[in-house]
Design a protein around this ligand. Sequence first.
Ligand code: 13P
Length: 336
Amino acid sequence: MASAELNSIALKMVARKKGILAADESTGTMTKRLDSIGVESTSESRRQWRQLLFQTPDIGGYISGVIMYDETIRQSDDSGISFVELLAKNDILTGIKVDNSTHDLAGAPGEFITEGLDGLRGRLSEYYKLGARFAKWRALITVGEGRPSDYAIRVNMHALGRYAALCQEQGLVPIVEPEVLMDGSHSIDDCRSATTRSLVAVFEELAAQNVDLEGIVLKPNMVISGSDAPNRAPATEVARQTIDCFLETVPTNVPGIAFLSGGQGDEESVVNLDEINKIANQEDLPWELTYSYGRGLQAAPLAAWLGKTENVAAGQAAFQKRGLDSSAAREGIYTS
Ligand code: 13P
């Protein structure tokens, strides 16, 4: 794939006013989400949920791309239009989660490794034929006593490099997601240190494996206090530390950075992104800074829907509100 084509897809993914909807929950994760609203998780109920999101009337105003799961990319709406086609009609790109989730890392208690490299080339080729133009692979880094270890960082970032190189070979833009998990009582400085080490390592691997940085989108955590930390840092500090961390570690030819919400509260994920973009509006930063939220976009509409046909419009209104708020935050002009 020509580098110019990958670059134009990446730029479209991080276009102004828009962000990425992560609707790629594995069946296990989606089952937990549906359980939480008392809905049985079946292929059909999962299809109904994704249809609600994808049919939201003005979705193209705040969503540039949707990350799907293997089941979802093969599904269609009630009228038989494939989800890929439905989104394309709204100028939305289809993405696909291609990792096989995180597993315990041998010899490193409390740390994880993401699996899924075996056979990946063939799967990417099939997803491209199904209409996907970008992919996602999430590496998970935990913070705690002695964590993250150099070992966990090295093997996870190496796998991200291998995935990214294969994606570009097959014509897909890789979302490179080294997530430093928010779980724990660690400080924002501990998060900064783990994030810096992870980003340095991942860009070393991408360079070593000949990945074209103009054809990727980085999906990191924000630099943020642990969810159980006493005196969690305010949004202004999250924004400053996040940007300073990226200025030290992220090459300037990466087109864009799309944050995960990572379990932040709905308001928190929007206010932090807004503060980050307020700084971006004042300083000349080299990358677009947007969202690629899963829970941050879906929690409110899921609670409004409750699996009931009569609540579809309420679910879509809640999704629209989360999308418009995130879009305003992506521009640094959010007001609560
Ligand atoms: P959250 O925004 O819920 O963290 O999900 C984004 C994602 O895709 C994680 O891999």
